[in-house]
Design a protein around this ligand. Structure first.
Ligand code: MSP
Length: 662
């Protein structure tokens, strides 16, 4: 019997509108919940809004609104954003709801009854941006917050304290006993080191402003906004509550297999230290895992208010569709790592992986051969007469399904997608090798049936494995295969495991292509619409301005000197982006030497690594090797650039690698 599964996002401050950083967390949690639901687990996915605190109170004042009116107004854009992105949350908590306020007070009373709350005077530095106290050690020059860069405020007031210091050892014991409690591991180590230094008691109430939950029996104080906010995860389910009082709390908090909080790396300390300590004090079960993801930059720049580059998800959904954006989020950055959101990379991945990879596989078989040769019906198959090459693809689908499940279980979305794309490539290669169009011409009906069925069934498997990331597209894919949409059902595991689920005779549909390729002019107009690229007319102007500055004239070179340059044709075997570099791609090329050579090329902003593999390029092979970003480059790839971008030099037929160019 599959046990319940609970996954949450942070609750977002409503002082600003949603941006892609928020969207990234919410999509990740939605992918987890869709995956777990497919596996037949009763699943609850919670998101919501953090509506109290000084920051919100001040913002409301700036807007000339009462705090409640302000937060009511700000809730709508978040709800809309998640709907547009296909994030199907089960709960949406707002911390200003009556139920939540009561639950925060109930938690307070439990902690108090345990002797963990006392009143004292307090004086310390406070960052309103973080809604958090800061030690002198943490501050930058000029008493500025290291995250918000703004000066912190000196706070001196009477405050209730939580005996956090008491929980230093219990927390360390818990960490020891639950080695997966925080992910990724490197962040867990940071948390452990912090706790090992010893924890200070924590101020958990304020008297200098009103916008919060009143402290029970002392309404002069409002509860510290982080205690209020963290409680949302239990409160949304109706907790704290005795057994039988709150069914959701019983099911998803107390009896679930997993309680996973997805958070950004900046708020890990609150989740991995304060939250479990509060729960221990109140005698409530702890979450099973806190997963801290990295931060996204936008086209290489940090998002910040001062740069005015907070990227809202809405226009991206409009330009690319929700599923493509979801795919890009999950594919581009290793979950847990920092990464960059680049519009160009998104388009490159779309064209390279979705249009040329999966879309092409679909078109080649469903829209073309199956339609022409079988009137669009799924042909017969005989498992017994599978040839070796068919068997290999079936085996690949099986091993992929196991691997993808393993990676989704570990929230390694990018690895799950890597594995899925290996299967897409294997299926495309299978089509190349079996040449169904030739079989059709030769009237080899039996073999053609087998080949088409093998690809169609692989597509059915893909429609399930990709569903958590691209639910709409997968249902479209299924409609084209003549199948009904996926409808996850509790206690029924829909993950693909048995070959042959697609029934022969099913009528396939050839609707519009799933992922039509963007040509250059579409790409340009999308980038212009999103304000990433200057309009074409302006670019032309810049180009002609460049022409006026003629290319720099270089002195004559003797023929013999030129002949010293070893120009060769090289075949790119592997390509990957160099971590932490905006421009560099690491290439492994065959340049006719006994061993492959490594070249670093500054072309990452213009080419997606996967589009480079298989290309023949011209290199300078005898340039003295040098190190870039700690990696050795053994040569240089030639490329030309103008106002429209950069283009690598190549050859117009498959010249053998290592051939010299003169
Ligand atoms: N309200 C608190 C969370 C309380 S949870 C009990 C909060 N809100 S927030 O709106 O400031 O941030 C919410 C989440 O957005 C955090 O997990 C944060 O890491 C994430 N992000 C904000 N900017 C981000 C990026 N640029 N990239 C990825 N995520 C980022 O903190």
């Amino acid at each position: 019997m599959a046990r319940p599964f609970y996954v949450t996002t942070p609750i977002y401050y409503v002082n600003d509108r949603p941006h892609i950083g928020h969207a990234y967390s919410t999509v990740a949690a939605d992918v987890v919940s869709r995956y777990q639901r497919l596996r037949g687990k009763p699943t609850y996915f919670l998101t919501g809004l953090d509506e109290h605190g000084l920051k919100i109170e001040r913002r409301a004042k700036e807007e000339g609104l009462a705090p409640q009116d302000f937060v009511d107004r700000m809730a709508a854009p978040f709800r809309l954003a998640w709907e547009e992105l296909g994030c199907a949350h089960d709960g949406f908590i707002r911390t200003t709801s009556t139920q939540h306020r009561e639950n925060v007070q109930a938690l307070w009373k439990l902690m108090q009854a345990n002797g963990d709350i006392y009143l004292d005077d307090y004086e310390d530095w406070y960052c309103v941006g973080c809604e958090s106290f800061k030690t002198e050690k943490e501050l930058l020059e000029g008493n500025r917050c290291p995250i918000h860069q703004k000066p912190v405020e000196r706070i001196k007031e009477r405050s209730y304290f939580f005996r956090l210091s008491r929980y230093t050892q219990p927390l360390l014991d818990h960490f020891e006993a639950h080695p997966q409690f925080v992910q990724p591991e490197s962040r867990f180590n940071e948390v452990k080191s912090f706790v090992k230094e010893g924890l200070r008691d924590l101020s958990i109430s304020r008297t200098s402003f009103r916008w919060g939950v009143p402290v029970p029996n002392d309404p002069e104080h409002v509860v510290y906004v982080w205690l209020d906010a963290l409680m949302n995860y239990a409160s949304a389910l109706g907790g704290p509550a005795e057994e039988g009082e709150a069914p959701l709390y019983d099911e998803f908090w107390n009896s679930s297999e997993a309680i996973i909080h997805i958070v950004g790396k900046d708020i890990l300390r609150f989740h991995a230290i304060y939250w479990p300590a509060f729960l221990m004090s109140a005698g409530i079960r702890l979450p099973t895992q806190i997963w801290a993801h990295g931060w996204l930059t936008v086209n290489g720049e940090k998002m910040s208010k001062s740069l005015g580059n907070f990227l809202p998800p809405g226009p991206l959904v409009e330009a690319f569709g929700a599923d493509v954006l979801r795919y890009y989020f999950m594919r581009e950055v290793g979950f847990g790592q920092d990464g960059d959101f680049s519009h160009r990379n998104l388009i490159n991945r779309y064209n390279g992986e979705l249009a040329n990879g999966l879309g092409n596989l679909m078109n080649r078989i469903v829209a073309s051969i199956v339609k022409k040769s079988f009137g669009g019906r799924v042909p017969k198959t005989k498992l017994r007469s599978l040839e070796e090459i068919d068997r290999q693809l079936v085996e690949k689908a099986r091993s992929t399904s196991l691997e993808v499940a393993r990676q989704f279980d570990a929230l390694a979305f990018h690895r799950a997608l890597d594995a899925i794309w290996e299967l897409v490539s294997a299926a495309n290669k299978y089509v190349d090798s079996t040449e169904p169009w030739r079989l059709a011409k030769q009237d080899d009906q039996t073999r053609l049936e087998q080949v088409c069925y093998t690809v169609l069934e692989t597509l059915r498997w893909l429609s399930i494995m990709l569903f958590p990331v691209m639910p709409e597209k997968c249902n479209e894919l299924r409609a084209q295969l003549g199948m009904s949409p996926l409808l996850p059902t509790e206690q029924v595991d829909l993950w693909p495991s048995a070959w042959g689920g697609l029934r022969p005779g099913t009528q396939t549909q050839t609707a519009t292509p799933l992922f039509p390729r963007f040509d250059e002019s579409q790409e340009q107009s999308i980038l212009e619409r999103l304000g990433v690229e200057a309009p074409r007319a302006e670019k032309k102007k810049r180009a002609s301005a460049m022409k006026e500055n003629e290319p720099e004239k270089k002195p004559f070179l003797e023929f013999d000197d030129f002949m010293k340059v070893d120009l060769r044709i090289a075949l790119i075997k592997e390509a990957e982006k160099v971590e932490k570099s905006k421009k560099l791609v690491k290439l492994i090329v065959d340049a006719g030497d006994p061993e492959p050579r490594q070249i670093l090329a500054g072309i990452a902003e213009h080419y997606a690594p996967q589009d480079l593999v298989g290309r023949r390029v011209v290199i300078v092979a005898n340039l003295r090797p040098r190190k870039l970003m700690g990696l050795e480059s053994q040569g240089m790839v030639l490329a030309a650039s103008d106002a429209d971008g950069l283009s690598i030099l190549g050859v117009d037929r498959d010249v053998a690698p290592g051939s010299s160019a003169k």
